[in-house]
Design a protein around this ligand. Structure first.
Ligand code: ZN
Length: 68
């Protein structure tokens, strides 16, 4: 079996392994109602839906029906 002649430096190893890093991305799912990308456990800002039911007016967070 071929054996490396010299130990690879920490820098060399890490720069090689850096090619395989997966960058953290925010988890995104499609809204059930309109298909807009929405983070899990968050209300859709486009249509105001959360888990198959409307919880906000379609405009977004600005107007709540109770506060009128
Ligand atoms: Zn939606």
């Amino acid at each position: 079996m071929a054996v490396p002649k010299q130990k690879k430096s920490r820098s060399k190893s890490r720069s090689r392994n850096a090619q395989n890093i997966k960058f953290a991305r925010p988890n995104v799912q499609g809204c059930v109602n309109c298909g807009t990308p929405v983070r899990p456990h968050h209300v859709c800002e486009e249509c105001g839906y959360f888990k198959d039911s409307p919880v906000l007016p379609a405009d977004g967070y600005s107007e709540y029906p109770e506060n009128e």
